[in-house]
Design a protein around this ligand. Structure first.
Ligand code: JHZ
Length: 421
């Protein structure tokens, strides 16, 4: 290990019991090795400094079948100054608009109704509710993002969501008809505290709408690069039913969405509300049993496939380099950094990465130290290949880079299988 890498003490962060059912029957099925936190982009000055490496390993609880990371990294290391801004993508903005419209129609929200968003980021989702004159309130620990939200007129509290915070918020902001949470529940270590806080904040007829990547899609589409330190849990419906039941909450509806490689949007209500589960819940439970999410073999097969994908990608990139081809990366995403560090791909194979987020341009990827430039460098420089590290936006990016492709540039896409487009 080179002198700058600091291998942290894995035992210090080891998960000893399942975060939903407290069982210690945790079966480890994939290890991606030790690597820096995935959004830890470095300035030029930071390149010479020491870089902490944390273990990245995934286990499944053989009692409630929650898939989760085997180590829990302190959240303040990852979320106090956060670089994921979904509103930089047209795909995600459209997605949030749809989510707000669906909630307003489903629950007949009217002007003045209170809507809150946990993990509200830069306020993009809440702004669609605000347009319809709802009273909105955001909660997000990232001070940099809370500031952006406030500039949009979105009332935001920059703190981690907890039951204790909910107790402070209710007297001032009242109860919410709808609480949303997109790509945040999977990042929370204490899910029981989260559920208690949601129950306190919710109106007695209120609904909690949360969305996150769906484990069966991750497994079936080999999306191993979405396994990283931010994502503590990888949800299927079965363990969520166990979780919510412990807090007198229940899932009343579920919708599949395509974002982030396949996600689900679940609607959760107090058990003593008038909301009753639709048959979608039972359909998902039956489907998950058919896909064997509660069998060790599913996870063992996945672990084997991950190793094959790594081997094939490295061999392919080395073959192109030996042919004198120029290869860059496209989309400096967290998942892209997992792929690079797991496959040990650095500037020996990828010369630079282009990305649309100004903050990331001029910085370097964590661990692999590949320079990041603005997107317009791609067509100017015309490398032979671009490894798509934001495959969740493949359609939007390939559409944006039609000229690069017309001039002969090609995208290498690794998920769900290695291909060139
Ligand atoms: P991005 C995200 O992870 C965020 P990430 C989060 N960790 C999560 O839970 C999962 O998804 C589900 C760039 N880009 O944010 C912008 C272009 O360059 O989708 C981003 O840096 N051009 C909360 O970080 C990156 O790609 C474009 O046209 O793995 C995308 O990263 C577009 C659309 C994006 O994934």
């Amino acid at each position: 290990m080179d002198r700058k890498k600091i291998k942290t003490d894995a035992k210090k962060y080891l998960l000893k019991k399942c975060r939903i059912c407290a069982s210690d029957r945790l079966y480890t099925f994939v290890s991606l090795g030790a690597m820096p936190i995935p959004n830890g982009f470095l300035s030029k000055e930071e390149l010479g400094k020491k870089e902490p490496y944390y273990p990245l390993e995934t286990c499944v609880c053989e009692s409630c079948w929650l898939v989760q990371l085997s180590h829990v990294i302190p959240p303040e290391l990852m979320f106090k100054n956060y670089l994921y801004i979904p509103s930089t993508s047209i795909t995600m903005l459209d997605h949030f608009r749809n989510m707000a419209e669906e909630a307003i129609q489903s629950y007949r929200l009217k002007p003045g109704d209170r809507v809150m968003d946990i993990g509200s980021n830069d306020g993009s989702l809440l702004s669609f509710f605000k347009e319809q004159e709802m009273k909105v309130f955001g909660i997000d620990p990232a001070s940099n993002l809370a500031q952006l939200a406030r500039l949009k007129g979105i009332d935001t509290l920059d703190d981690f969501f907890t039951e204790e915070l909910a107790k402070r918020v209710v007297p001032e902001k009242g109860h919410a008809k709808v609480i949303t949470a997109t790509n945040v529940v999977a990042h929370v270590n204490n899910l029981h505290d989260l559920c208690e806080g949601v129950r306190l904040l919710l109106d007695k007829e209120g609904v909690f709408i949360c969305e996150f990547p769906y484990l069966p899609d991750l497994i079936s589409k080999n999306e191993f690069d979405t396994i990283y330190h931010e994502h503590l849990s990888y949800f299927s419906i079965q363990p969520l039913i166990t979780l919510f039941k412990k807090h007198n909450l229940h899932i009343i509806n579920i919708k599949k969405t395509s974002v982030h490689g396949g996600s689900i949007r679940i609607h959760v209500a107090p058990q003593n509300s008038s909301h009753q589960p639709t048959n979608r819940v039972q359909e998902f439970i039956r489907e998950e049993a058919l896909r064997k999410i509660n069998s060790r073999s599913l996870y063992e097969d996945f672990g084997r496939r991950v190793k094959v994908i790594k081997r094939d990608l490295i061999n392919y990139l080395k073959k192109l380099k030996n042919q004198g081809k120029k290869i860059v990366g496209y989309g400096a995403s967290a998942k892209g950094n997992v792929l690079l560090n797991y496959c040990n791909i650095g500037t020996n194979l990828i010369e630079y990465i282009v990305d649309s987020i100004p903050y990331k341009q001029g910085r370097y990827t964590p661990g692999t130290h590949i320079p990041i430039h603005a997107e317009n460098k791609l067509e100017k420089d015309m490398p032979d290949y671009a490894l798509l590290m934001a495959w969740n936006f493949a359609e939007e990016i390939l559409r944006k880079q039609v000229k690069y492709r017309e001039k002969g540039g090609q995208f290498i896409i690794t998920i769900p299988y290695l291909r060139v487009e």
